[in-house]
Design a protein around this ligand. Structure first.
Ligand code: MN
Ligand code: MN
Length: 462
């Protein structure tokens, strides 16, 4: 009669606990390797190619069991295993995003002040700005040189690399300038400038006014052949330079940058790579970009890329290639897990949650029927029938799952990509992991949940 839940760790013996802890090591390594959407897409594609996935565009015809990928501008990756049923009967999508909050460089970022060289930034996504000061940052990105050559740059990840930092104000002198500011303005967006140099150049030329800035540019030019103008055609992201770490005496948690949403992206990729049979319905793992700023742009889910790659699939499958409505029918018959993270109960700030309905770390996959704010606005709100199907599926596969919501009613809220999938008629629900300190430079996830959402996605694809 009563619905009771307990931590997933509880029933596990020590070997099972250890298996879960071991399972998370490659996840931690991947987080360290892939800190931007481009890096995540490229590294995932490499893994998929090793496991037999081939570029869909290189195939003329696809048959059940075939494993293919689509890469959109190195910012979206689609992994598909063709099912035995007609495409029009629907596909099973697991959709997650691979962009995370960070600091992007402005187009003309470099300047000199007080004999320091600094970068100006524009934050990307929802960040608590003060969290980004006084911590080591690494620079990741690509620059298109004037010559048209594309250069990849990563500085700050190797322990011998330099890092970059926003210099905060000392407590001795912050009384008038900073102490009375609201939390959102402790560090203002326009103050998120990053130290990148302090030594003047050796050249003594009257024309060089900012010799520290000039020296920094010289270093970039020597190593990457880059000029100041090239920043205009670059995408540079500053991300926390720290590596993923175990948290706690028992090592049950992982503290890392970018769990949102790479915890779902990594598990959805691994579970489709590990698929060892031909599914009935085509299984699709879809990694998208730009979720953190509203799924905008040609690589965000609001673009119509999903129609494009589904059409490319349909036109290669004999049973659907002459069916003009195959893709549209497929969408209406499809199911999707919008796999994104939710806010787990934080012991220091329990008041923002309804403890009865909030998700908890270590309790497995979080099924979030609806997100949104102010009366479910912006939510896709899954129907009872679909929730029932998933409930039955996960129980059948002994997957530990829980319900969740993003905070108590009117406490705030947020959205995911769910509504952009539901837009096509795809039955969609949010399903991912619970996190603490979401959107901070060190987000916290439970290792139990990493393992369990992997199992959940595997069951869903199958
Ligand atoms: Mn997310
Ligand atoms: Mn987010």
């Amino acid at each position: 009669m009563l619905y009771k839940q307990e931590s997933g760790w509880k029933q596990l013996k020590s070997e099972e606990r250890q298996q879960i802890i071991d399972f998370c090591e490659p996840y931690k390594a991947f987080l360290n390797e892939a800190k931007t959407e481009r890096e995540f897409v490229i590294a995932s594609q490499k893994q998929a190619e090793k496991r037999g996935f081939v570029d869909a565009m290189s195939k003329d015809e696809l048959k059940p069991g075939d494993k293919v990928f689509f890469n959109l501008r190195d910012k979206n990756l689609v992994l598909a295993v063709i099912g035995s049923k007609d495409l029009a009967e629907g596909a099973n999508f697991v959709v997650s995003h691979v962009d995370s909050p960070r600091l992007d460089l402005k187009q003309k970022p470099l300047y000199e002040d007080s004999e320091f060289a600094l970068f100006k930034t524009h934050y990307y996504g929802g960040v608590k700005k003060y969290q980004w000061a006084s911590r080591p940052l690494a620079l990741h990105g690509v620059v298109m040189l004037k010559s048209g050559v594309k250069v990849n740059i990563t500085i700050g990840e190797d322990e011998n690399d330099p890092v970059f930092v926003i210099p905060d104000l000392l407590p001795h002198l912050d009384a008038k300038v900073q102490r009375e500011r609201k939390a959102s303005e402790v560090l203002k967006g326009s103050e998120m400038h990053v130290l990148v140099g302090s030594i003047p150049c050796e050249i003594t030329d009257e024309d060089i006014k900012d010799s520290v800035k000039y020296n920094a540019l010289q270093k970039l030019n020597e190593k990457y052949d880059m000029t100041e103008e090239d920043f205009i055609s670059a995408e540079f992201e500053l991300v926390p330079a720290a590596k993923a770490r175990d948290i706690g005496f028992d090592r049950g948690l992982i503290g890392a940058y970018g769990h949102d949403d790479r915890i779902c992206a990594w598990t959805s990729v691994q579970s489709i790579l590990d698929m060892d049979h031909t599914p009935e319905h085509t299984a699709i793992c879809f990694l998208v970009d730009k979720e953190e700023i509203g799924s905008t742009g040609s690589t965000g889910l609001q673009s119509r890329y999903i129609e494009h790659f589904m059409q490319e699939l349909a036109s290669r499958i004999p049973s659907s290639k002459n069916d003009f409505h195959a893709v549209r029918r497929c969408f209406w018959n499809s199911k999707a897990l919008s796999s994104d993270v939710n806010a787990g109960v934080n012991p220091l700030f329990k008041q923002v949650h309804d403890s009865q309905n909030a998700s908890k770390l270590g309790y497995g996959l979080v099924l979030t029927k609806y997100t949104g704010a102010r009366g479910k606005a912006g939510s896709s709100d899954a129907d009872a029938e679909f929730v029932s199907e998933l409930r039955t599926l996960f129980d059948k596969h002994d997957v530990k799952w829980q319900t969740g919501m993003l905070g108590e009613v009117d406490e705030g809220g947020g959205g995911t990509v769910a509504m952009f999938l539901a837009h096509y008629g795809i039955r969609t629900i949010d399903a991912g992991a619970a996190l603490l300190s979401m959107h901070s430079p060190m987000e916290i996830a439970s290792k139990f949940d990493v393992h369990e959402i992997y199992r959940a996605y595997k069951a869903f694809y199958a």
